[in-house]
Design a protein around this ligand. Structure first.
Ligand code: ADP
Ligand code: ZN
Length: 224
């Protein structure tokens, strides 16, 4: 099965995606994580990606599509987090799924997480992530605090703020989202696979509730 996580930056795509991934035993493919890994390893792709990401812009389609195509080769059960982000990427994904060696040829469900902009800005600008690249856990001092301030619960490493989580960059990323990514809502709606879910980030059980709802929505499509 193929699941797509859609939603503005900071809506919890990564967190909820990881839970769905565990539940259905999928491969978690996050383009943001892949770019950050390339940046840490100072590869050519990493340097190119960083010049866009640090400004809150999208990495060019050509580069992103090629990277995803290589990653998805021979992968059958996948949750995509952060891809597609443009109509052209969505069209490219369609082509990738039609490729040789592919057993799964269609997208099962697109989960669209909906959070008001002002909540996104509040939440994202206070988020911290684990500095250990093998861990990558994400925390929020208000909604999901670590047990010890500045230290990862999972692995004990230091917690840091992502450069692109600065308030000015977040506003830029939201603009980019509305311009480039939001058209995908209509695109997937017309294919009958879109499942919008309103997320209440102030609820203490938001992670569990949103995960359970997303799983229910996916199961609806599996039984079709
Ligand atoms: P968020 O969902 O919080 O915006 P991500 O980790 O998904 O964060 O992505 C971080 C950055 O990586 C994006 O702001 C963008 O610059 C780049 N990026 C990730 N996925 C894509 C993509 N599919 N196309 C272009 N750029 C991407
Ligand atoms: Zn950690």
């Amino acid at each position: 099965m193929y699941i797509i996580m859609l939603g503005a930056p900071g809506t919890g795509k990564g967190t909820i995606g990881a839970e769905i991934c565990k539940h259905f035993n999928l491969n978690h493919v996050s383009t943001g994580d892949i770019f950050r890994e390339e940046i840490r390893n100072k590869t050519e792709l990493g340097q190119l990606a960083e010049s866009y990401i640090s400004k809150g812009q999208l990495v060019p389609d050509e580069v992103t599509i090629k990277m995803v195509e290589n990653t998805l080769d021979r992968m059958e059960d996948v949750i995509l987090d952060g891809f597609p982000r443009t109509i052209d990427q969505a069209k490219a994904l369609k082509e990738i799924l039609r490729g040789p060696n592919k057993k799964v040829t269609t997208i099962t469900t697109v989960i669209n997480l909906i959070v008001p902009d002002e909540d996104i800005i509040k939440r994202t600008s206070s988020r911290v992530v684990c500095s250990n690249k093998k861990c990558g856990a994400s925390y929020n001092p208000v909604f999901l605090p670590p047990k010890v301030e500045g230290i990862c619960d999972v692995c004990g490493s230091e917690l840091i703020r992502r450069k692109d989580d600065e308030p000015e960059t977040i506003k830029q990323r939201l603009d980019v989202y509305y311009q480039n990514t939001e058209p995908l809502v209509e695109y997937y709606e017309s294919e009958g696979i879109l499942e919008p879910i309103k997320v209440d980030i102030y609820s203490p059980t938001t992670k569990e509730d949103t995960t359970a709802e997303a799983i229910r929505r996916i199961e609806k499509h599996l039984n079709k």
